[in-house]
Design a binder for this molecule. Structure first.
Ligand SMILES: NC(=O)c1ccc[n+]([C@@H]2O[C@H](COP(=O)([O-])OP(=O)(O)OC[C@H]3O[C@@H](n4cnc5c(N)ncnc54)[C@H](OP(=O)(O)O)[C@@H]3O)[C@@H](O)[C@H]2O)c1
Length: 283
């Protein structure tokens, strides 16, 4: 397939390029190559390359920053998604747009499936939901893939932070134990997205690592244990570690649509994490 990737310099974009470059003809466009907020540039990129599909990874993903930079969040996550969706529709190209578990508030007390009503808590989540709505409105031939708690090589997220702090001396690390989600390897997600693309799936699809999810605290313990780091760690509540943006208490994703289509599940999060840390011991 010929696949154009937006936000190709980001965590997921880089994983897609690594996993797909031998199988597909790719046009990976980083922010400097294509600003997704530029309507004319989106149109020119899509009509110029004539892909079979666009995978839209570009986003404003700094959850706390979005709280204070509200306009920027909506410009990129909502208007940028509208621009790429309109360009795909005009060129009759399938759009696979990546979205997030943070469109849910996490109040259900069970994993959220594709038919649960989104009710985001943060500007990031609200702007990503607006992006989903723009994709549905402007490009009927779409697949919106919601994923969660991504990590991968070269990232600067939770896994890398735990490796760094876990290796340092100091008092016990305090990690929140009242946020549950599905830690998801960008490599495993790239492979799953490849299957979603090849199967021509449409509509809204949840795609996250299997295993029923975990808390940030248990994820941190697993990371330290896998790397043999002895620093002690203790649970705390989100209210004890306030952040700009509220986080969902339980945003685990039920990958129901994948099951209904008899598509393979992503690996268990513990297995994917162990594979990642074996390949990238320093993150
Ligand atoms: N990371 C997670 O935990 C997570 C969880 C669930 C869903 N997701 C979703 O997964 C997708 C990929 O996320 P990621 O983790 O790969 O995030 P990322 O590493 O922040 O990558 C996003 C990329 O988009 C680029 N970008 C920002 N504004 C742009 C614009 N106007 N035009 C073109 N590119 C622009 C960024 O460039 P700069 O670096 O220059 O800003 C960055 O390279 C996003 O849709 C995100 O919402 C992520």
């Amino acid at each position: 397939m010929r696949i154009l990737i937006t936000g190709a310099g980001g965590l997921l974009g880089r994983a897609l390029v690594r996993r797909w470059q031998d199988r597909h003809v790719l046009l990976p466009l980083g922010r400097a190559d294509l600003d997704v907020c530029d309507v004319a540039a989106c149109h020119a990129a899509v009509t110029g390359f004539r892909p079979d599909a666009v995978v839209h990874c570009a986003a404003a993903t700094a959850v706390d920053r979005c709280e204070t930079q509200r306009e920027e969040a909506f410009r990129i996550n909502a208007r940028g998604s509208a621009a790429i969706a309109a360009a795909c529709h005009r060129a009759a190209v399938r759009l696979v747009a990546i979205s997030t578990d943070y469109v849910f508030s996490g109040a259900l007390g069970r994993p959220c499936d594709e038919w649960d009503r989104p009710d985001p808590l943060s500007v990031y989540g609200i702007s990503k939901l607006a992006g989903e709505q723009a994709v549905r409105e402007h490009c009927p031939d779409h697949c919106i893939v919601r994923t969660a708690w991504l990590y991968g090589s070269g990232g600067q997220g939770f896994v890398q932070a735990m490796l760094k702090f876990g290796a340092a001396e100091g008092p016990p690390l305090r990690v929140v134990d009242d946020q549950r989600g599905d830690p998801t390897s960008a490599t495993a997600l790239a492979d799953g997205l490849g299957r979603v693309l090849m199967a021509g799936m449409v509509g809204t699809v949840h795609l996250s690592c299997a295993g029923g999810g975990t808390t940030r605290y248990d994820l941190a313990r697993e990371i330290l244990a896998l790397r043999g780091l002895a620093r002690s760690i203790e649970p705390c509540s989100s209210s004890a570690c306030p952040r700009h943006a509220p986080r969902p208490a339980d945003s685990r994703l039920d990958n129901m649509v994948m099951r209904l289509h008899a598509m393979p599940a992503l690996p268990h999060w513990r297995e994917a994490l162990a594979d990642f840390l074996q390949e990238h011991p320093d993150g």
